[in-house]
Design a protein around this ligand. Structure first.
Ligand code: PXP
Length: 251
């Protein structure tokens, strides 16, 4: 893992870019363009530390062929987002991404709407995590930033949690949403979990999340792909990277 060059500052934070939104535009015409693999490579060239793609059960954006190309061809780490189902677990076992992030999935939702219900789905999640860990895939659970979710994720054997930042993003100016992320990150780190975060992050709101010490990875998609329409993907990635680094330096 890289470290920062400003001695004494918090460790380097990884920026993983979610390329689902590129596939969404392609699927509007069911053609070949824009190509999420080409976008992933452009993101890497601009400084992304990893690429995230969500293979949904309904295949509404990312397709099976995409995850195979991403796994085989990107130069950084591949984080496969997926539901904890037999079908997806079997795909992950064949594909062997560097990391798999388990997320809840509802067919009617526009995007992932909240963290996993780690208590209701405990047995299924524990079995899924065990399969991922056995395959040498780093397991992460997308959870809401609350104490029971963090403790249960640890008990289930996950290596990492991705804290859902959607509530924070949707309620600008509400200090409670940031405080919840800070408390959850500290608790998770104290239990030995790696701490990731993501959903709804933008250049304007990423700073306070990037500044949370234990947060070692951010997963960001929509705002970067949206901004890319105006400034290009490389500059959109660099703008995000700069915003993260500035917040981390002054933390
Ligand atoms: N993390 C998870 C688990 C997600 O489902 C998503 C949305 O695809 C993201 C991060 C990225 O969110 P956004 O596209 O809002 O940046």
């Amino acid at each position: 893992m890289r470290t920062t060059d400003h001695g004494g500052a918090p460790p380097f934070q990884r920026l993983y870019i979610n390329v689902d939104h590129v596939a969404t535009v392609r699927q509007a015409r069911r053609g070949a363009d824009p190509d999420p693999f080409a976008a992933a490579r452009a993101c890497e060239e601009a400084g992304a530390d990893g690429i995230t793609a969500h293979l949904r059960e309904d295949r509404r954006h990312i397709q099976d062929a995409d995850v195979h190309r991403l796994r085989a061809g990107i130069r950084t780490a591949f984080n496969l987002e997926m539901a904890c189902t037999d079908e997806m677990l079997a795909i992950a076992e064949r594909l062997r991404p560097h990391q798999a992030t388990l997320v809840p999935e509802k067919r009617e939702e526009i995007t992932t709407e909240g963290g996993l219900d780690v208590r209701r789905d405990a047995a299924r999640l524990a079995a899924g995590i065990a399969r991922l860990n056995a395959a040498g895939i780093r397991s992460s659970l997308f959870v809401d930033p609350d104490e029971p979710s963090i403790r249960q994720s640890h008990a289930l054997g996950a290596r990492a949690v991705e804290l859902h930042t959607g509530t924070y993003a949707n309620r600008p100016g509400d200090p409670a949403t940031l405080a919840a992320l800070v408390t959850a990150a500290d608790l998770g780190a104290s239990l030995g979990l790696a701490i990731h975060a993501g959903h709804g992050l933008t250049v304007a709101n990423v700073g306070p999340v990037a500044a949370i010490g234990p947060v070692e990875e951010l997963n960001i998609g929509h705002s970067i792909v949206s901004r890319a329409l105006f400034v290009g993907l490389a500059d959109a990635v660099r703008e995000m990277r700069r915003a993260m680094d500035a917040a981390r330096r002054s933390a």
